[in-house]
Design a protein around this ligand. Structure first.
Ligand code: ARG
Length: 459
């Protein structure tokens, strides 16, 4: 097969060399974007009189046919033709005859590939924003059912203070809210047109970049042709936002894994999101949560990979930049998959309310209540802390919890303790009373849920 740049060459590369250099095995993913970009380009070429209307019509018809075939996955690709751009051009020329060769007037694969990727990411980022929103909706629904479900809250993975399970879930809602914002805001930088930058320097033809930008729905054009073909910041930004999002999903995965263990038994994942063991009949493994935690690594890897590819590149296009694609595709697949799985896991999981509550009873996570009780009565908090610390020690020695101590024991520790401490020690009361803004008190959690719903409705 003759190369499209055959003129300059006296011999062709061997097949294995072609294979090493080719990107068609993965950039075929951009087929529809490439056709869309070409459609705008050809419309511009005829509008500006660079080619005739008749020529443009023939090319458009050819492109339409290719689009139909691409949608049905009926296009054959050849490694010899290196990438999606050259493969499509060759198909087009087959369909239209030599006029197809005019499509590439005033264009280079360098501005072409950049355009494709802008179109691709714009679409994917919008989809990701929707998927984040769907996961947020599931979080809110579960949170709403569990405003008054109490559980131990942890620091250092040691029981700290009792909290509302709804409050815990809502923490992730707000993380996702920031993620959604990050992706949405990045659209501004994705939605710019590099088309018309040519190979690196612009072109002698009287092109109209604003027109192609408008046809493609871009908000503006790159101001500098060198920057237009060399910029991959928009992909880096996507990979960064994805890394932060995956870090959040990975933390929630870790919690789901812990909570569904025999040690915690706070939730049970639905059978449809768990797997068994080939040898141990009793097993029910939280594979999907583990996989999401694991896949977070590949997304970070994709970010580090592209940062490293770009760091030493002189302007403008370098073939190194072909390495920008696989990590981007892989990240899109990983992020969209993880978000869908999470929405399903959250929707179908069983919350073991009683287990959670039971856990709050058998620990010292109500010790702060006792210290607050004394400081409420005028004892400096530091002193109160010391007194309660000693009471905890008494319990540890006796093998009981604070609520099991007789009033006499409290009185010995400090005379200001009264009968009402038992009420104060109750974890449910403890949660309910933490009514400061953004706190775990039931009223606050309900307010937060209302705010969350409002913000979901607004996007
Ligand atoms: N396949 C190439 C890539 O993905 C397209 C651009 C090639 N341009 C060039 N001058 N070799 O980066």
């Amino acid at each position: 097969m003759k190369k499209l740049w055959g003129g300059r060459f006296t011999k062709s590369a061997e097949e294995w060399v072609d294979e090493f250099g080719a990107s068609i095995s993965f950039d075929k993913e951009l087929v529809l974007e490439d056709i869309e970009g070409s459609m705008a380009h050809v419309a511009m070429l005829s509008k500006t009189g660079i080619i005739t209307e008749d020529e443009a019509e023939k090319i458009k018809t050819g492109l339409q046919q290719l689009k139909g075939k691409a949608a049905k996955d009926e296009l054959a690709y050849s490694v010899k033709l290196e990438d999606i751009h050259l493969n499509l051009e060759s198909h087009l020329t087959e369909l239209t005859g030599p006029v197809g060769g005019k499509l590439h007037t005033a264009r280079s694969r360098n501005d072409q590939v950049a355009t494709d990727m802008h179109l691709y990411l714009r679409k994917q980022v919008k989809l990701i924003v929707e998927l984040i929103q769907e996961m947020q909706e599931e979080l809110v629904t579960q949170a709403e059912k569990n405003v008054e479900t109490i559980m131990p809250g942890y620091t250092h993975l040691q029981r700290a203070q009792p909290i509302s399970f709804g409050h815990h879930l809502m923490a992730y809602f707000w993380m996702l809210e920031r993620d959604k914002e990050r992706f949405s805001e990045s659209l501004k930088r994705i939605n710019l047109s590099p088309l018309g930058a040519g190979a690196l320097a612009g072109t002698t033809f009287p092109i109209d970049r604003e027109y192609t930008a408008e046809l493609l729905g871009f908000e503006g054009i790159y101001e500098n042709s060198l920057d237009a073909v060399s910029d991959r910041d928009f992909i880096l930004e996507f990979l960064s936002s994805s890394s932060i999002l995956m870090m959040h999903l990975s933390r929630l995965s870790e919690e789901f894994i812990l909570w569904s263990s025999q040690e915690f038994q706070f939730i049970e994942l639905d059978d449809s999101f768990a797997t068994g063991s080939s040898i141990m009949p009793q097993k029910k493994n939280p594979d999907m949560a583990e996989l999401i935690r694991g896949k977070t690594g590949r997304v970070y890897g994709n970010l580090m990979g592209l940062l490293t590819v770009l760091k030493g590149l002189p302007l403008a296009y370098n073939k190194d930049m072909q390495e920008d694609k696989e990590g981007m595709f892989d990240t899109v697949k990983t992020v969209t998959g993880s978000l869908k799985i999470f929405a399903g896991m959250i929707r179908t999981m069983k919350v073991k309310t009683e287990q959670m509550e039971k856990a709050t009873k058998n620990d010292f996570s109500n010790a702060t209540e006792l210290a607050d009780y004394l400081s409420d009565k005028g004892i400096p908090f530091r002193e109160a802390h010391e007194i309660v610390g000693k009471l905890v020690l008494v319990c540890v020695q006796k093998g009981c919890f604070l609520g099991d101590l007789p009033l006499e024991e409290f009185k010995n520790a400090h005379s200001l303790f009264e009968e009402d401490i038992y009420q104060v020690l109750d974890p449910y009361t403890a949660v309910k009373r933490r009514n400061s803004a953004g706190g775990t008190g039931f009223k606050q959690v309900s307010i937060a849920i209302e705010k969350a719903k409002e913000s979901l409705g607004a996007t």
